[in-house]
Design a protein around this ligand. Structure first.
Ligand code: HEM
Length: 422
């Protein structure tokens, strides 16, 4: 086996992280799916990890990359497989607020990552449709479905492409961009960026649609992380009594969530049978473990005790800890600013209006998510050990804020539509 030869020779040599045989390892994982990689193979990777010392991994970027890759590759072997390791979130290093270029830099990084994830998903669709790859060969979609995915993917990435000034590459023409053109989008000056993208794709099975599933979830994670940054900035602005910046940051966050709508439609093109096949092996990895989502929720409003003590927050102990430690929220900051006379009309009214609009966008997201889950999952339980869609039906109407009157209410029931949840 090529993989075993290359890895054994790497292990018996200097074991330099920069020369790790990534391609061979990836090829082996992709050939069978992460769930089915043989124990002997995983044992060799475990040996490779043992050679990496933690301080070295922290200092040397090659060692850090290898450490983060092995974190995802060995999650099932270690018995700590979860949502974060499934999506390789450590590797992707989601954009965060402490960007050296401030909020502009953070937004730019977020746009770039989103575009790369979506463009890579579309490039895979086109490459597979042309027969040029045998990666994840089970249940290839029909040409119609591929065309639909392309359209929806381009729509989801369009606002970011426009902000990046590269929209013309794919938007201003009739023809479909080639996979190479798509992959070239948002390439940055960091040559490891491409490798990171490749390494962040470790499906558990060999179903074609799992590629799309992983990239869409990663895209949402990227968006939630960026939204959490905007919400923190909104809180800071409200605390200082600056209505204008508060409205700007919250409106940007809303725009991000709304513009991402086509991502759900994209995922709705997944073949339910394909989904049900690979989810057999994703047990234990669920977006109920998404820290960014719970950060987003708790930065809007401190969750009630019952929610904080439910699986929803027990599955994200870091966020639960932040809330217990008194993490501020927009709801409280807004109330305090009004009480202390920091927000006067018309600024206060504009904040209030934007809070209502943001809440509407979140409630819309939850409704669409519930519809999609109902369609794909039916009555089956979730991989995060809830009863499945009944859980989602309960949580979808939790108020986003309580300090503003007239927050839109979620309808009490949404039937499975069988259609595209746009
Ligand atoms: C086939 C598509 C999907 C299905 C069938 C699905 C299903 C579910 C289910 C059943 C739950 C409840 C927890 C559990 O037991 O697992 C859940 C929670 C959740 N899902 Fe999804 N989901 C899908 C797509 C997505 C996507 C694309 C995202 C975006 C990141 C997402 C984000 C979430 C979040 C944040 C929660 C936690 C909600 C909360 O605790 O309030 N889901 N999902």
């Amino acid at each position: 086996m090529r993989f075993v030869r290359e890895l054994t020779s790497w292990l018996s040599g200097a074991g330099e992280p920069g020369s790790f045989p990534y391609s061979a390892v990836l090829a082996e994982f992709h050939r069978v799916g992460k769930h089915f990689v043989e124990k002997e193979v995983l044992a060799l990777l475990d040996q490779a990890r043992a050679q990496l010392t933690v301080p070295a991994a922290a200092r040397d970027p090659h060692a850090r990359l290898l450490d983060e890759f092995l974190d995802g590759a060995l999650d099932k072997w270690d018995g700590r497989y979860d949502y974060r390791s499934y999506l390789a979130l450590r590797l992707l290093r989601l954009p965060c607020g402490d960007n050296v270029d401030g909020p502009v830099g953070a937004r730019r990084d977020q746009d770039r990552l989103l575009v790369r994830l979506v463009a890579d998903a579309l490039a895979f669709e086109l490459t597979a449709a042309s027969g040029a790859t045998d990666l994840l060969p089970e249940r290839r979609p029909s040409p119609d479905v591929v065309a639909k995915r392309y359209r929806l993917g381009v729509r989801a990435a369009s606002p970011a492409l426009v902000r990046m000034g590269v929209a013309g590459t794919v938007l201003d023409r009739e023809a479909v961009a080639t996979p190479d053109e798509l992959r070239a989008l948002a390439v940055d000056s960091d040559p490891t960026g491409e490798l990171v993208l490749r390494l962040s794709m470790l499906p558990v099975h060999v179903s074609h649609d799992e590629y799309l599933f992983i990239r869409v979830l990663q895209s949402y994670e990227c968006l939630f992380a960026g939204i959490a940054d905007e919400l923190r900035a909104t809180i800071a602005a409200l605390t200082a009594g600056h209505a204008g910046p508060a409205v700007e940051r919250l409106a940007y966050a809303r725009g991000q969530l709304t513009a991402a709508g086509p991502l759900f439609s994209l995922l709705a093109t997944m073949q339910p049978e394909a989904f049900r096949t690979f989810r057999e092996y994703t047990e234990g990895a669920s977006a109920i473990q998404s820290r960014s989502y719970k950060l987003m929720e708790s930065l809007c409003r401190t969750p009630e005790g019952s929610r904080l003590d439910s699986a929803a927050y027990h599955q994200v102990p870091e966020v639960r800890g932040l809330v217990h430690a008194g993490q501020p929220s927009i709801d409280n900051a807004f109330r305090a600013a009004v009480r202390d006379g920091l927000l006067t009309a018309p600024g206060g009214e504009r904040v209030e209006e934007e809070m209502r609009s943001f809440a509407a966008a979140v409630l819309q997201w939850r409704r669409t998510h519930h519809r999609l889950a109902t369609r794909m999952l039916g009555p089956r339980p979730g991989t995060g050990y809830t009863e499945g869609t009944p859980y989602l039906a309960t949580v979808r109407s939790i108020p986003v804020f309580t300090s503003v009157a007239g927050e839109p209410r979620s309808p009490s029931s949404t039937e499975p539509t069988g259609g595209s949840p746009e």
